[in-house]
Design a protein around this ligand. Structure first.
Ligand SMILES: [Mg+2]
Length: 395
């Protein structure tokens, strides 16, 4: 079973949650300039016909008393992370498709969390507890139907299409509801007298492909109840990195090591956020003459902790002869597996990942920083040299 979750009027709801004076009001998030566009409208504003992607002047015309709020992307991203973390408590198979939307494969969750309806209710409850926000959920045996279902009872909706109900649902489904069917395709289909997916199923497939090209194949498959796209966790992330241009060019190895440690911390944080482990760590250096050098090291056993990333990056830096001044330095990680993938026994005795303890430390640091703001605490070795002794520093 596939579950699709979509937050209700996400940006506007976050604003109303953070600013009580906006609750119950027509809130429109978006650019307020001449050329501004509506990003999200609260449900109160939607009653006046305000919609996403509408020009702001049109929104103002329809709802003159609307309160226009410029978006705060960093805030929405932070809340989005909290939501995705809640979802991953149910399955590692979480595929975020946008900041406020994700697919979950809950096929394996029955024993632990109950039947789909119970899983969906638990998710709604947990998301509400963690963020104070409502979401709408659709559950279906097919991915595209889960997406359609989540939209059927917004806001705070829950729609389940059981296996048994699928054939009848498909037969009656208006083609305009299918994700990927835009205005042009919709009109084409209407001209062919294809109103529902049931009509599509009875239409000669060759003719459909002839008229619609590749998307025709897709429609034929959907009409037959086939949607083989799997839920792929974090497929968009291929590498993570952290780098900075130094305030002045330097060859000071001690200073470079300290900066490297900061970047390793940041890379570790990103990996944990995406629930990934990396096998390759890359050191990037740009010299004062803008010449760029990268050095990589790949290990057998995937790593995630800042300490492991730092050790590899530090080795790479030590092996690199600093004959010229450095202008930019950075650390990257790639070659991922999801952190929940069980790891095979380590045949090569690769000791780079020192211990589980470092990961525990990192997770605690993440949790506290998430709550009180980045930089609230950091490991002692991050304190710049000269300010404090560093028990495990190598400088
Ligand atoms: Mg949404």
């Amino acid at each position: 079973m596939i579950l699709h979750i979509d937050m209700d009027a996400f940006f506007a709801s976050v604003e109303q949650r953070d600013r009580p004076e906006l609750r119950g009001k027509c809130v429109v998030v978006g650019g307020s300039s001449e050329r501004g566009v509506v990003t999200t409208a609260s449900y109160e504003a939607r009653r006046y016909g305000v919609r996403s992607a509408m020009p702001m002047f049109e929104a103002r015309r329809r709802c003159p008393h609307a309160i226009i709020v410029p978006g705060r992307m960093h805030r929405y991203k932070a809340v989005s992370r909290q939501i995705m973390d809640q979802l991953r408590a149910f399955t590692p198979l979480v595929e975020p498709v946008s900041i406020d939307e994700a697919y979950l494969d809950i096929s394996g969750g029955k024993r632990l969390f109950g039947p789909p309806e119970q899983i969906a209710r638990s998710i709604k409850h947990r998301v509400m507890q963690a963020t104070g926000l409502t979401c709408s959920i659709g559950v279906a045996p097919l991915r595209f139907l889960a997406k359609i279902a989540s939209d059927m009872e917004k806001p705070d909706g829950l729609t389940i299409i059981s296996q048994a109900a699928v054939p009848a649902f498909i037969d009656r489904l208006p083609v305009g509801k299918i994700p990927g069917v835009g205005k042009v395709t919709h009109e084409k289909l209407a001209r062919m007298n294809l109103i529902t997916l049931g009509d599509v199923r009875q239409y000669p497939p060759d003719l459909l492909v002839n008229r619609l090209g590749k998307f025709g194949h897709r429609l034929v498959a959907l009409a037959r109840g086939e949607d083989p796209t799997p839920v792929t966790p974090s497929s968009d992330v291929k590498s993570v990195s952290s780098e900075n241009t130094l305030s002045r060019d330097t060859r000071d190895a001690a200073l470079l090591h300290t900066i490297l440690r900061h970047h390793a911390e940041d890379v570790g944080r990103q990996l944990r956020r995406h629930h990934l482990k990396a096998r390759t760590v890359t050191l990037k250096i740009k010299h004062a003459d803008f010449q760029q050098v990268t050095r990589s090291k790949t290990v057998t056993r995937p790593i995630q902790s800042a300490e492991s990333i730092f050790k590899l990056a530090e080795d790479l830096l030590d092996q690199y002869s600093l004959t010229r001044k450095v202008r930019l330095i950075g650390v990257g990680a790639s070659h991922f597996i999801t952190a929940d993938t069980p790891i095979q026994m380590d045949l090569f005795g690769d000791t780079v990942e020192g211990s589980k303890n470092w990961e525990k430390v990192d997770h605690t640091v993440d949790a506290i920083n998430e709550k009180f703001g980045r930089g609230f605490i950091s490991k002692a070795s991050l304190v710049p040299p000269g300010k404090k002794t560093e028990p495990d520093s190598r400088e």
